[in-house]
Design a protein around this ligand. Sequence first.
Ligand SMILES: Cc1cc2nc3c(=O)[nH]c(=O)nc-3n(C[C@H](O)[C@H](O)[C@H](O)COP(=O)(O)OP(=O)(O)OC[C@H]3O[C@@H](n4cnc5c(N)ncnc54)[C@H](O)[C@@H]3O)c2cc1C
Length: 382
Amino acid sequence: MDFELSDTQALVRDTTRDFVQKRLMPVAAELDQKERFPAAELKALAELGLMGVNIPEELGGAAAGVVAYSLAMTEVARGCASTAVTMAVTNMVGEVIAAFGSEEQRSKYVPKLTSGEYVAGSFALSEPEAGSDPGSMRTTARRDGDSFVLDGPKQWITSGAYAGVFVVWARTGEQSAGTRAISCFLVEGGTAGLRIGKHEDKMGIRASNTVALSFENVRIPASALLGELNGGFKIAMMALDGGRIGIASQAIGIATAALEEATAYAKDRRQFGRPIGDFQGIQWQLADCKTELEAARVLVLRAAWLKENGRPFAKEAAMAKLYASEASNRIVDRCLQVHGGYGYVKEFPIERHYRDARVTRIYEGTSEVQRVVIARQVTSAK
Ligand SMILES: Cc1cc2nc3c(=O)[nH]c(=O)nc-3n(C[C@H](O)[C@H](O)[C@H](O)COP(=O)(O)OP(=O)(O)OC[C@H]3O[C@@H](n4cnc5c(N)ncnc54)[C@H](O)[C@@H]3O)c2cc1C
């Protein structure tokens, strides 16, 4: 057993940390307050190889592996959770195309994602009436000669107003066929009939872009099918297994920042003639935060290691996402409490971390859905 990072992993972590401290932390509050999409920052991340951390070099990726990806995501989220989720979805889209795409699809789209030529990629699975249960989706893809024609709504699509390419799921058979009649397609940004709908006014991760989409008679070539006809649901589930490692890492990054700030505040803030960090009531809160943070980190890195080594990792990724997101929420709450009234105003970053952490329990499968995934594996284990 080896808890040491490899040279590559340490290099990715340190390079990302350096970038985040110099470029992202100074602008994170402004990005949040103005809801400014971090286009320039994302481009810079692409130049560092962070838009394809686990993507082969021949497709422009860094080929640094899943553990390095998790470490990089944690560092970026420590600086700006909005930038981190945008990076996570773009990495996920690149990985999906690299894993399931034809040679033509891989060479056409993945280098544009990894190089930053496309500022982002989008993952369009959820619909207004199909969230935790994407198998009930209603968006359809009808075969018409050499084309497919897509119709229907998508909801909550990260980077939807900016994406160069969308991975889109649609029904290619009867509704009654459920998950066996869902296929996956690649749709380029700006395709006729792809309408960008409502921009969501979110509680947190406000610099990330979240929109509704409407597919209105969107005609794409038959070659835009990703993977096999009616084989799309499996692709979505596999992508989400990996995506959960990214969101768990994001949750750890947010909690890391919160704990650093609460620790510094506790040393600085004086009440009753001494720093509040001298009180055991505060010390125990910080101790609990640190313990939960490190437990989350071990779970996430283990899931990342399993994926990197080609082992089954779905249960471990779900456990990591469940625990890290819920621990992150407990940690930001305690860290806000340590700040007292100053934690409740925008003067200190903890207010943003508190809002940003909340969504990690919701997207890429809610906490309840993670429990369903874990329980299914536990109860079916021989
Ligand atoms: C900011 C943001 C960004 C997002 N980005 C994307 C994106 O890029 N692409 C994309 O496709 N989607 C995206 N999503 C969608 C996200 O994945 C869904 O919101 C999530 O899967 C939950 O679906 P829902 O919101 O419809 O809630 P619902 O599924 O309606 O759930 C409502 C409640 O019921 C619970 N529930 C549902 N089923 C069960 C069950 N079987 N057992 C117990 N409890 C259950 C849920 O846990 C939840 O508490 C994003 C969401 C947000 C908020």
